[in-house]
Design a protein around this ligand. Structure first.
Ligand code: DC
Length: 230
């Protein structure tokens, strides 16, 4: 069966990572979490003596950094050979990732890597600019959205799972700030591609989100096979 490339974009907490991961598993595809790459880069900045606001310093550091995503049951993220899968989920990394990912030269390095991994097809890739910039020719594009209170509730739950308890007002404030930064930056802002299918996940379960995408994926692969037979 033909393998396709599925792009899923959307704001933080819209459910894209969880959904993308499960869709990839069901299809036997590779899952690429591009947010994890920007997070790993942010962790490197925070662990070095570089101010996240110092664009030149951050870019120089990015050129000396190796980030890799390794499949194996769960996706593991490696920063210069060290497994940072859990460390990149901290509040500090989350709150600085928008700034680090706003630098065009940092994006260029990450996008080159993402295109390299995604060139094989048979992958589900999630982020902010996948359908618009990284893979504008993706076979299927989705744009996931959800009400900010619901997104905050999900984020609070996720944080709680890793031992960080934050009041909901703070989570809402931080999410709104991240939305603002990610969608107003000059290079590759968060935006729905014109040909992306929008899914509002506010009242959907994860299973429902996965099924919606799998239905489209089945249609796309079957449609392709029929075209080839003609
Ligand atoms: O999806 P996430 O929350 O793990 O992403 C972390 C940050 O990385 C997010 O604030 C914006 C940035 N990002 C980006 O600029 N482009 C992407 N394709 C993915 C993430």
């Amino acid at each position: 069966m033909k393998k396709i490339l599925i792009a899923i974009d959307g704001p933080a907490g819209s459910g894209k990572s969880t959904t993308a991961k499960l869709v990839a598993r069901r299809l036997g595809y590779v899952y690429i979490d591009t947010g994890a790459m920007y997070r790993a880069m942010t962790l490197k900045v925070l662990n070095s003596n570089v101010d996240p606001a110092d664009e030149t310093g951050v870019v120089a550091l990015a050129r000396r950094t190796t980030i890799s995503l390794v499949e194996g049951g769960d996706l593991r993220v490696f920063l210069d050979g060290v497994d940072v899968t859990e460390a990149i989920r901290s509040e500090e990394v989350t709150n600085n990732a928008s700034l680090v990912s706003s630098y065009p030269a940092v994006r260029e390095l990450m996008v080159a890597k993402q295109r390299e991994i995604g060139s094989e097809k048979g992958c589900v890739i999630d982020g902010r600019d996948i359908g618009t910039v990284v893979f504008p020719d993706a076979d299927l594009k989705f744009y996931m959205v959800a009400d900010i209170m619901e997104r905050a509730r999900r984020r609070q739950e996720e944080l709680s799972g890793s031992g960080e308890e934050l009041p909901i007002v703070q989570v809402v404030r931080e999410l709104a700030e991240r939305d603002r930064k990610d969608s107003t930056r000059e290079t590759s802002p968060l935006r729905k591609a014109d040909d992306a299918i929008e899914i509002d996940t506010t009242r959907l379960t994860i299973d429902e989100q996965v099924e919606i995408i799998l239905n489209y994926a089945n249609e796309a692969t079957i449609g392709h096979e029929e075209m080839q037979r003609k």
